[in-house]
Ligand binder design. Structure first.
Ligand SMILES: N[C@@H](CCC(=O)N[C@@H](CS)C(=O)NCC(=O)O)C(=O)O
Length: 338
C-alpha cells in the first residue's frame, strides 16, 4: 500500500515514527457536494447537480467507511441511480485495485465480488485519483464518489457522501427517509463525534499502534466508549432515541466487523460485541433492516484486513470463523427507520 506524491504512486506503509507509535488518519482531499440544484455545498465547488446515472461509487466491501455509503445507497433507493465498482479485498503494493480477468491476487484464486473498472477502464484506484488531479498528494482511499460527466472526484469523504445521499436525490427517487432529521441533528453530531474518535477510528488506533502505550491508550478508550454505548442502549433502542439515524449506521459498520476481525487482528479483545447484551441485540436489529445484510461481505472483510496488513499478520493466514448468526432474533423494537 502507498500514497500519491505530486501525482506519482509511492509504495509506503503508515508512518507512526513521527507520532510515538500512534496511528493518525489523513483528512480527505476531495470535498465537493452533490446538491439538488447543483449549487455549492458546505465546501468545494458548485456544479454537481443530483442526476440519475451521473455519479459512480468506488468502494471496498471490506472498508467500514465505504460501507456507510453502500448502506445509504440501499436505504435511500439509490441503487438504480448511482452505479458501483467494488475493488479487490487485498490492498497490496499498488493500493486498491480492480478485478482484472486472470487476476492472481490470492494464490491464483479470485475472491468473488470484486469488479472490473468499466467506468474509467483503470487497473488501480490511484489512477482514478490521478484522473481527478494529475498532481494529487496523499493516501488513496475508498470510498470515492466519481462524476462521470465532469470526469472528476466529487468527494472521498464518507461522512459527507452519506449526507448527500440522505437528501440530494430525493426528488429523483421519491424516497423521503430522513436519517439526519432536523430535530435530531445536534444529538447525531454529538454522538458521531465521540464514537468516531473512540470506536470507528479507535479500533484502527489500537490495531495500527506500534508501541505498547499507544495501543493500551486506544484499547482503554475504545472499551470505555463501548461501555457507554451499552448503557445508553439499556434505556433506549437506538443511539439517539427510538428511531434509527445516521449515527446508528456509522456505528454499525464498525460493530459488524468487530467480532470477525478487530478482536483478533486489531487486538481489541477485552470483550466481543456478542458479550454485550444490548450492543449485540442492537447490532442484530440493524443487520436485519431490509437491504442491509446484502451490503455485508465477511469474505471481503476478513480477506482485506488479515491479508493486506502484512506487518500485523505476516503469515497472511485468514481465520475461518466466526460462527455468529446475525439473523437470530433481537430485543430492539422494530422500526421502520423513521
Ligand atoms: N475519511 C475517509 C477515510 C477512508 C479510509 O481511510 N479508507 C481506507 C479503507 S477502510 C483506505 O482506503 N485506506 C487506504 C490508505 O490509507 O492508504 C472516509 O471516511 O471516507
Amino acid at each position: 500500500m502507498g500514497l500519491l506524491q505530486d501525482g506519482r504512486w509511492v509504495d509506503q506503509w503508515y508512518d507512526t515514527k513521527q507520532s510515538d507509535g500512534k496511528f493518525v488518519r489523513d483528512n480527505s482531499k476531495f470535498r465537493h457536494w452533490v446538491t439538488e440544484d447543483g449549487s455549492a455545498g458546505s465546501s468545494g465547488d458548485a456544479g454537481f447537480k443530483a442526476e440519475s446515472g451521473r455519479y459512480h461509487l468506488y468502494v471496498s466491501l471490506a472498508c467500514p467507511w465505504a460501507h456507510r455509503t453502500l448502506i445509504f445507497r440501499a436505504l435511500k433507493g439509490l441503487e438504480p441511480h448511482i452505479s458501483v465498482t467494488v475493488v479487490e479485498p487485498h490492498m497490496l503494493e499498488n493500493g486498491w485495485e480492480f478485478y482484472q480477468p486472470g487476476n492472481t491476487l490470492f494464490n491464483g484464486h479470485h475472491i468473488a465480488g470484486a469488479d472490473q473498472d468499466t467506468v474509467n477502464d483503470k487497473q488501480f484506484l490511484y489512477q482514478i485519483y490521478q484522473l481527478a488531479d494529475a498532481k494529487a498528494n496523499g493516501r488513496v482511499t475508498v470510498p470515492v464518489l466519481w462524476d462521470k460527466q465532469r470526469q472528476t472526484i466529487v468527494s472521498n469523504e464518507s461522512a459527507e457522501i452519506i449526507r448527500m445521499f440522505n437528501s440530494a436525490f430525493n426528488n429523483i427517487t421519491g424516497n423521503q427517509l430522513d436519517l439526519y432529521p432536523e430535530q435530531l441533528r445536534e444529538a447525531i453530531d454529538q454522538t458521531n463525534a465521540w464514537i468516531y474518535d473512540t470506536i470507528n477510528n479507535g479500533v484502527y488506533k489500537a490495531g495500527f499502534a506500534t508501541s505498547q502505550p499507544a495501543y493500551e491508550k486506544a484499547f482503554n478508550t475504545l472499551f470505555s466508549a463501548l461501555d457507554k454505548v451499552e448503557l445508553r442502549l439499556e434505556k433506549q433502542n437506538y443511539l439517539t432515541g427510538e428511531q434509527i439515524t445516521e449515527a446508528d449506521w456509522r456505528l454499525f459498520t464498525t460493530l459488524i466487523r468487530f467480532d470477525a476481525v478487530y478482536v483478533g487482528h486489531f487486538k481489541t479483545n477485552l470483550r466481543r460485541i456478542e458479550d454485550y447484551p444490548n450492543l449485540s441485540n442492537y447490532l442484530r436489529a440493524l443487520y436485519q433492516v431490509p437491504g442491509i445484510k446484502e451490503t455485508v461481505n465477511f469474505e471481503h472483510i476478513k480477506q482485506h484486513y488479515y491479508f493486506s496488513h502484512a506487518s500485523i499478520n505476516p503469515t497472511r493466514v485468514v481465520p475461518t470463523g466466526s460462527a455468529l448468526d446475525y439473523l437470530r432474533p433481537h430485543n430492539r423494537r422494530p422500526t421502520t427507520p423513521n
